[in-house]
Design a protein around this ligand. Sequence first.
Ligand code: ADP
Ligand code: MG
Length: 381
Amino acid sequence: MSNVFTIGFYVNAVGEVSARLKFVATLAAVGLAIVLGVLDYLTGREWAISAFYLLPTCLAGWMAGRSAGLAVGALCAGVWFLSDVFGGPAYQHALIPVWNAIMLFVFFFVVVWLLTAFRSSHYYLEQTVERRTAALRAEIEERKRLEHAKRQAERLALVGAMAAKVAHEIRNPLGSVSLNLDLIGEELNILPNSDARSDECRVLLREMRSQVVRIHEVLQEYLRFGRMPKSERAALSLKGLLEEKLNFLQPLLDEKHVQLRKTFDPDLPPVHADPEQLWEAFLNLIRNAVEAMPDGGNLTINTKKNGTAALVYISDNGRGMTDEEARNLFVPFFTTKSDGTGLGLAHTQQIINEHGGKIDCTTSPGKGSTFAIQLPLAVEA
Ligand code: ADP
Ligand code: MG
């Protein structure tokens, strides 16, 4: 509420008056009407202040509404009548002051009616403007978001193409390195007696192999990111997809001491999505969640319906993120991990955007993070 006077006394942006202020304004109008009546009585017809009765009438009508305005108008006409009967000289006919009082009330009636009609149309207009402004603001926000998503997609496409090219160039030589390592391993195995030097060679070989595997994994991620396959979308049950895929993940979660809690809305209508791509997006989030809980913790996955969209929440109670981390979350190559590529979330966002959805994150350092994915439903239900 804007224009707050004190607690309970306010007029909001569109001119809505609080009940307390209405009461005070009516009281002030009644007081003013009585003061005018007394003044009228004391001065007789000399001052002819009848027109001033409009003040309390309009005050009550404007601030407290039509009924209050009419009531104060009736009071003013009554007060004027009494002061005229008791204070002024006699009329030619006894009914003249009554007639005058009625005329005065009719006049007040018309004024209050017009004033309150003007006020409510003004109020209605203000409300309409407010509503349209809010809708416009939301539309501008949505457009900004879409433009940002488009720019990001263009940037990602470029980065992806480059990454895929580099990854492709490295993959073949890496394959032959890997093959040669295998051959050396075999040679070492057929040496008659293992001595200290050959054992040392084996250790080095193992180390080299694990590094090659690591490079291979990074290359795979670059390639996945760079060459997003054409999506094949169809009506897809999120519950079915998650139940099926999470089953395969259970041994890994057990190994990492991560407890999975899931609540899937059974009545959630299907979404229009490519199951493999969507699972890749979810898997990236699940991987990050598990990595954020090195000593184990709770991974919570929920789904629910929200209007014409499905919502999927993936939460962990891991390390959470700093403001700086949260700001850079979806920026390609942003990573805080020594062995991270920083492509997981950028890729996830790319998939969700291409499905016409949205992804947001709320996080608290030391407490955990929640990723909310919104996807349009296949059939508007
Ligand atoms: P990567 O996992 O290779 O680092 P991502 O794009 O998947 O790349 O994630 C980028 C960064 O976002 C991570 O390095 C991490 O700092 C942060 N992050 C993502 N998910 C989480 C999470 N659930 N909890 C804490 N930090 C996260
Ligand atoms: Mg990741």
